[in-house]
Design a protein around this ligand. Structure first.
Ligand code: SME
Length: 140
């Protein structure tokens, strides 16, 4: 098994852990920059099937985070105009960028069916999760 497959399996496990242990984390997944292209491709995720497997930079919450390099907490997705709906039941969302050696290589994206589900504690927690995930991209 190669290093990429092992990493994918670990990311899938992280998605499951987060999804199964936090009741308002209803969709948990990773998006990654597609090489040098200005687009994100979906990685491992847990939750409802989504057809949004490729997202151009700038588009939706995910695409905006790819450009801003900043956390994006959306208390009410219906109030966002640059938003890509994956499911009609989603009410709020958080996207936290994933930095490896200071470079934004992707992000963790979490959707909730609860309105205004995410706070600063989720931001700090998911920043920590991403710091651990980043090690999977640097360790030999
Ligand atoms: N809502 C995201 C798209 C990804 S789905 O939530 C899985 C966005 O607006 O970028």
């Amino acid at each position: 098994t190669d290093v990429r497959t092992l990493r994918e399996e670990k990311l899938q496990k992280i998605c499951h852990l987060l999804h199964d242990n936090v009741d308002y984390y209803d969709w948990v997944g990773f998006y990654f920059r597609n090489g040098d292209k200005e687009e994100l491709v979906i990685g491992p995720y847990v939750g409802e099937y989504t057809e949004h497997t490729v997202i151009p930079f700038g588009k939706g919450i995910c695409g905006q985070v790819a450009v801003s390099n900043k956390n994006f907490v959306v208390p009410d997705v219906s109030a966002q105009d640059n938003y890509i709906a994956c499911s009609m039941t989603v009410k709020s969302e958080i996207v936290v960028p994933l930095f490896v050696d200071g470079k934004n290589i992707g992000q963790i994206d979490i959707d909730s069916e609860v309105l205004d589900a995410f706070n600063e504690a989720d931001e700090r927690f998911l920043e920590y999760v991403n710091q651990q995930v980043a090690k999977l991209f640097t360790e030999k």
